[in-house]
Write a protein that binds this ligand. Structure first.
Ligand SMILES: *[C@@H]1O[C@H](CO)[C@@H](O)[C@H](O)[C@H]1NC(C)=O
Ligand SMILES: *[C@@H]1O[C@H](CO)[C@@H](O)[C@H](O)[C@H]1NC(C)=O
Length: 346
């Protein structure tokens, strides 16, 4: 149920933003505490890099972040920056007793804001707390928002974004998986297909998108065969899109038709972080956490209060239930950056 909560958060200390160069340095020398060390929380796992053909792994097949000037983001509360129309976000600060930092489900910036900051890109965020891929698949969905609706908002704006310098970040699955516990697992495959079909729409006129980043952590540390199969369907679909197979949805590359545009795609499996923090290898302490609990538990479906919150929010993995603290959002961005920079498909 908690994964349905769209949003939430606390008091934010402002840290100097780290540039990608500083990040690389800190990663290489495994530097200990510094004033800007993300309160001591750091990645203690690495991406599992591999090829785009085959089983789902972390991979970057063509996305060049240095060319990216705009990031368009779709997703749920993990990616929701507090508004869903692509416009400028509110400051990521907590004003008690409202635990949400500017409408976010955490106490600071969400991962994709860090990604945009680090590469000097403008973020257009359409993500919505509680969103699934397609409400028609999940009658039990509490929040009536989905990827399809976010696409309506985006396309209705008739944005004129340069395909060569725009990255489309798509991160769904947590709420689909949560709903599947009530509605049944059968539609998880359909959810994966919804994501692929929306990528094809984005790749088509008038948007003509060419660069995509998909992320996943559907089970927040739990794995099921049906969940893994959903991820694998998305991943295998990306391989086809990267080769121009049905890449704008007109059957390109099938039955003798010429291939369509080859899309640049990357895939990041945040489950490595969740498995590492919540499991024994290497365990939460290795990341610098003192607890895997949520700091704030005084939440309704629409509001979380800072009243009675824990004393040490910086070192609790979750800020509000099932939602990482701002430090966790930072290491999610670090993880994606490692995928994009190190998991380059040969
Ligand atoms: C589409 O955009 C127009 C303004 O250009 C706005 O009035 C309308 O509400 C939008 N519709 C949707 C579904 O977002
Ligand atoms: C091609 O894309 C269309 C539109 O997304 C989809 O309906 C169709 O199932 C796809 N065909 C194949 C063979 O993947």
């Amino acid at each position: 149920m908690l994964s349905h909560l769209a949003l939430l958060l606390l008091s934010v200390s402002v840290h100097a933003l780290r540039t990608p160069q500083e990040w690389r340095t800190s990663q290489h020398i495994l530097s200990p505490s510094r004033p800007d060390d993300n309160d001591g929380i750091h990645l203690a796992v690495s991406p599992n890099c591999g090829p785009l053909s085959g089983n789902a792994v972390d991979v970057n097949a063509g996305v060049d972040l240095k060319r990216i000037k705009t990031i368009v983001a779709f997703g749920d509360s993990y990616t929701d920056g507090g508004r869903d129309d692509g416009g400028p976000l509110s400051p990521a600060v907590v004003v008690p007793p409202d635990a949400e930092a500017g409408g976010r489900s955490t106490n600071g910036k969400v991962w994709v804001e860090h990604l945009a900051d680090d590469y000097g890109a403008t973020l257009m965020d359409y993500a919505q707390s509680g969103a699934c891929t397609d409400l028609s698949l999940w009658p039990s969905a509490i929040k009536k928002v989905d990827f399809l609706g976010q696409m309506v908002t985006f396309l209705n704006q008739s944005n004129t974004l340069n395909p060569e310098s725009t990255l489309y970040a798509v991160f769904f699955g947590i709420n689909d998986f949560g709903d599947s516990k009530t509605d049944g697992e059968a539609n998880l495959q359909a959810a994966a297909q919804v994501i692929l079909s929306q990528l094809r729409i984005l790749a088509s006129p008038p948007t003509n998108a060419r660069s995509f980043l998909l992320a996943d952590v559907y089970g927040l540390g739990t794995h099921t065969p049906a969940g893994d199969a959903m991820v694998q369907t998305m991943f295998s679909g990306l391989y086809d899109l990267s080769r121009g197979i049905n890449s704008t949805g007109h059957g390109e590359g099938i039955d003798g038709k010429p291939p369509g545009p080859a899309l640049k795609v990357a895939f990041a499996e945040f489950s490595r972080i969740w498995d590492g923090v919540l499991g024994a290898d290497p365990g939460y302490e290795a990341f610098g956490y003192v607890s895997t609990d949520a700091c704030i538990v005084d939440c309704s479906i629409v509001f979380c209060s800072t009243d009675g919150m824990c004393d040490d929010p910086d070192h609790y993995f979750y800020y509000i239930p099932s939602h990482p603290s701002k430090e966790g959002m930072r290491i999610m961005a670090d993880y994606v950056e490692q995928v994009l920079e190190r998991c380059i498909e040969q």
